[in-house]
Write a protein that binds this ligand. Structure first.
Ligand SMILES: [Zn+2]
Length: 136
């Protein structure tokens, strides 16, 4: 296997292609636009319709657990007033998912190939033409 699981994790955290390590997961200069496939190796990032629902769930979970729950705890302990907690929670509920968006997409892709590393074209014995993956 030429791409190891630790490389897949490292590339996932750096928002790079899990197959070749290229930083081309998102279109250059666009925060929210995922490339359909890797510009270097052709690995398809958008696997199928709804393939990234897990990334949305991950983003939601991180926002709730890492941001909204601590705000709630601070409110319940009397450290924050109701108005302040509501204001911070409202602003954070919009900003945190936006800031975590790229990582959630990358983590979801990383998760797939972490479980099934043999699906990466770099880990196959026969070459796969650019723009295709195991489902094509
Ligand atoms: Zn690539």
């Amino acid at each position: 296997m030429s791409v190891t699981r630790s490389q897949i994790i490292s590339r996932g955290f750096r928002i790079h292609c899990p197959n070749c390590g290229s930083p081309g997961l998102f279109k250059e200069g666009k925060w929210f636009t995922l490339n359909r496939s890797c510009t270097r190796c052709g690995l398809r990032f958008e696997r199928d319709e709804g393939g990234f629902l897990g990334a949305i769930s991950l983003n939601y979970g991180v926002t709730v657990v890492c941001f909204l729950v601590p705000i709630l705890v601070l409110y319940l302990k009397g450290i924050l007033s109701g108005f302040t907690a509501s204001l911070i929670a409202g602003i954070g509920a919009i900003l945190v998912p936006m800031l975590f968006y790229r990582h959630s997409r990358s983590f979801w892709l990383m998760n797939y190939y972490l479980v099934l590393p043999q699906h990466l074209p770099a880990n196959r014995s026969e070459p796969v033409p650019p723009g295709q993956d195991e489902n094509s």
